[in-house]
Design a protein around this ligand. Structure first.
Ligand SMILES: *[C@@H]1O[C@H](CO)[C@@H](O)[C@H](O)[C@H]1NC(C)=O
Ligand SMILES: *[C@@H]1O[C@H](CO)[C@@H](O)[C@H](O)[C@H]1NC(C)=O
Length: 283
């Protein structure tokens, strides 16, 4: 019974793995062999080149990059060419692991939440920069105001952002708007060789900083019949920034969908990460 579930899952997994790699690089898995071929490419969803927005509304840019045969890409956002202040979200932290050296293939997705746009923000350019330390790619989104929406008081009711008179008031209101947890960078899929390490990202924002926990779908149940939380042990480490680092990957133990949960007093957010440990000799 369990074996059958694993087989069905693994057929599904392998075909998604091929789709994942195929769509980004047009290369079969077997050609993934050495670091020199390491590459990064954008995949859908990719942010648009131009995005029309209304003053005071909130919008989200979503950017996804795939890395082949290299570290998982990290995504950084720039505003008008300058890095945006996003504490802890785009650093490589903790001991370097094999995962920082070579992963067969992985995707990283990041969201940039632009809340209650000011005139300056609503006419800025935002760059998604994806970097796996070997190569980097970038894509720019130009925000432009929808014609006829320049008026300061226009459409406030619809925007969900209250009218603000000055910077101080805006800062106070934004503090409330953004206090709930958001997962702003995670790893939708990773293919890594059995026996090697992998890092699944889960970078969050929120105030107070959300507590991050990890579970494996269909994983072990605890005494109360719920899926047990993953805890630090010989093969698992949950980094302070929320990432789950796994070592010595085993197909039967580790293949599956991982769920990262970020929670604080104001809410909860989830992201899913699919991990597939490949046979080292698969060709
Ligand atoms: C954004 O990019 C466009 C197109 O490259 C450019 O014309 C415009 O001046 C840029 N805006 C800012 C604020 O840098
Ligand atoms: C079982 O796991 C859930 C989370 O999945 C946790 O909230 C609960 O406290 C756990 N119960 C025990 C007895 O460990």
């Amino acid at each position: 019974m369990t074996l059958r579930v694993v087989c069905v899952l693994s057929v599904f997994a392998l075909s998604s793995a091929e789709r994942l790699i195929g769509s980004a690089f047009k290369l079969p898995v077997s050609e993934v062999t050495n670091h020199e071929n390491s590459n990064v490419a954008f995949m859908e969803p990719k942010p648009p080149a131009v995005l029309k927005v209304r003053l005071h509304e909130s919008t989200v840019l979503v950017c996804q990059a795939a890395s082949q045969n290299g570290p998982a890409p990290l995504i950084t956002w720039l505003k008008n060419g300058k890095p945006m202040q996003r504490k802890n979200n785009n650093e490589r932290v903790g001991e370097p692991t094999q995962a920082e050296v070579v992963v067969v293939a992985s995707t990283t997705r990041s969201t940039l939440h632009l809340d209650c746009l000011t005139m300056a923000e609503a006419t800025s350019n935002y760059t998604c920069l994806a970097d796996n330390t070997v190569t980097r790619v970038q894509t720019v989104t130009q925000l432009v105001l929808l014609p006829g929406t320049e008026g300061w008081r226009h459409d406030l009711a619809r925007s969900g952002c209250p009218f603000v008179r000055n910077r101080r008031e805006r800062k106070q209101i934004l503090a409330v708007v953004v206090r709930h947890p958001r997962i702003v960078m995670w790893s939708p899929s990773s293919l890594q060789l059995q026996g090697q390490a992998a890092r699944l990202l889960c970078r969050t924002t929120g105030s107070p900083p959300p507590k991050v926990t990890w579970q494996l779908h269909y994983g072990e149940l605890n005494k109360t019949g719920q899926i047990a939380l993953i805890t630090d042990d010989a093969r698992h480490t949950i980094s302070r920034n929320g990432d789950l680092v796994m070592r010595d990957l085993d197909f039967y133990e580790d293949m599956g969908v991982y769920v990262c949960t970020a929670e604080n007093a104001f809410g909860i957010a989830h992201a899913e990460a699919f991990l597939y440990p490949l046979e080292p000799t698969s060709s």
